[in-house]
Design a binder for this molecule. Structure first.
Ligand code: PMP
Length: 471
């Protein structure tokens, strides 16, 4: 039986006595995303598995939302969190720092890779992007270019759910009730999405050139001296499902930004921290180095909320020699517990060679997906890199016509796979203004070949079960 809680020292609540506090029938107060279907209750999670309250075991083949990169329930991380809590549970970063925060920044930016010099830690991806944008703004303020306010992003990109990050995101469905609730100085260009938008007869080189021309035109239309930043996910994630850019695209974007003195921000919240087989996703894109970048999900691996803004030396130098402070901060910035958790996760990643493992397992996953789904008529595209793969479903493979959104084909496949014990991530993006059908497979890096085989078998069975209903 649950032990009694002493409420004599609590402020008055609506609970008249101990029994009411623990009343199991009074249980619907948590606001979930959907009012129709409550989410599954997870009682325990270990390795790549989630154990539900109804006794089912689910393979977490999407690591939540590409988060749990070393898997669940790692005892070393638990211990590191306990150790941190026993030493310092909280301090405010205006006056204090902790060894965990210092060590985490030093571990990630050892040797200033690509000129990235400083790390700023906050709690969520959206906060990291907001912080990156405010940093870009302060940079231009200090350089005496106050007219630079405009942010160019890409349609179908995703950068977060707060007001500014939502404004620069292309996920139309998430914006519906919030029209007018937006950052005004923003515009979008086409995504680099060859499967959908490379034209018949066009080569990859021509497609890249066309995209770069469009971006150049957009900078000129706005007035390059008014543009603060161009922001993009090097490998696009939750909007349209692990879309890799065409060769030379990001390097070309870098050159264009340099041409006009516009800052380049890479949002690697989903694709960074090893997910694509290198620590930074942009490292596979030639000379494309950002001025500012964001990371999050894999950083703490889900053990504690944490995200990071990584800043190039040339931006740091302007603040260092200018106002000498970044005029921005949050109460839970560089939270000691989160930093200790992320530090423990990243030490395990290094010690166990998990990024190399991710790259190797990614090749196996790709080949399994292509083999298993080869004969599925609804599978239009299989794409990705590392352990960051997505499947795009279509009504017609030849014309790439999408299913009617009301069918929720991707959602149905996701549900069917879940019923067979495999969790996949639904990417909620739009294709030509219609909701697209993408499912992401982004498992923990510790997943085994056997487990990958189960995931791919179940995915095929789930796809076939839905194809039978709509053929
Ligand atoms: N940027 C990208 C690329 C993301 O994938 C996400 C989350 N899916 C975010 C920003 C927002 O992160 P959060 O949900 O932690 O606010």
């Amino acid at each position: 039986a649950p032990s009694k809680i002493d409420i004599t020292h609590l402020p008055s609540t609506n609970c008249p006595d101990n029994e009411s506090l623990l009343d199991p029938s009074d249980k619907d107060h948590l606001l979930h995303r959907s009012f129709i279907e409550p989410p599954a209750l997870v009682e325990r999670a270990e390795g790549v598995n989630l154990f539900l309250s109804d006794g089912r075991k689910i393979i977490d083949a999407c690591a939540g939302a590409a988060v749990a990169l070393i898997g669940h329930g790692n005892k070393e991380v638990h211990q590191a969190i306990v150790n941190q809590l026993q030493k310092v549970s909280y301090v405010h970063t205006q006056s204090y720092t902790t060894q965990s925060a210092e060590d985490l920044a030093n571990l990630i930016l050892r040797g200033s890779p690509h000129g990235l010099e400083k790390a700023f830690f906050v709690g969520s991806g959206s906060e990291a992007v907001e912080s990156a944008l405010k940093l870009a703004r302060q940079y231009y303020f200090e350089k005496n270019e106050p007219e630079r306010l405009h942010i160019v992003s890409r349609r179908q990109g995703y950068h977060g759910n707060t007001m500014t990050t939502m404004s620069i995101s292309g996920n139309l469905a998430r914006k519906v009730p919030f029209e007018g609730f937006s950052y005004p100085h923003t515009s979008q260009v086409s995504p680099a999405f060859a499967y959908r938008y490379m034209q018949e007869g066009e080569t990859e080189v021509e497609y890249t050139a066309r995209l770069l021309q469009e971006l150049d035109d957009e900078f000129l239309r706005v007035g390059p001296h008014k543009v603060m930043a161009f922001i993009a996910e090097p490998v696009a994630g939750s909007g349209i499902g692990s879309v890799t850019p065409p060769t030379g695209y990001l390097a070309g974007v870098r050159r264009l930004c340099d041409k006009y003195g516009i800052l380049l921000i890479f949002d690697e919240i989903m694709c960074g921290v090893g997910r694509t087989g290198t620590f930074f996703a942009f490292e596979q894109e030639g000379d494309a180095v950002p001025d500012i970048m964001t990371i999050a999900k894999g950083l703490g691996g889900g053990y504690a909320p944490i995200s990071g803004v990584l800043v190039h030396k040339r931006i740091v130098d302007v603040l260092r020699h200018g106002s000498k402070a970044f005029n921005h901060g949050h109460t839970y910035q560089a939270h000691p517990t989160s930093c200790a958790a992320a530090l423990a996760v990243q030490k395990i990643v290094v010690r166990d060679g998990l990024i190399a493992r991710c790259a190797a397992m990614g090749k196996i996953l790709e080949s399994m997906l292509r083999t298993e789904l080869r004969d599925c008529w609804s599978v239009g595209d299989i794409r990705g890199r590392g352990l960051f793969w997505s499947v795009e479903f279509v009504k017609n493979k030849q014309t790439k016509e999408t299913f009617e959104p009301s069918i929720h084909f991707g959602g149905r496949v996701q549900q069917a796979a879940f019923e067979k014990g495999v969790a996949l991530y639904p990417c909620g993006g739009t294709v030509d203004g219609k909701k697209g059908d993408h499912l992401m497979i982004a498992p923990p890096f510790i997943i085994t070949e056997e487990e990958l085989r189960t995931v791919c078998n179940v995915l095929r069975e789930a796809v076939e079960s839905q194809q039978r209903l709509f053929s």
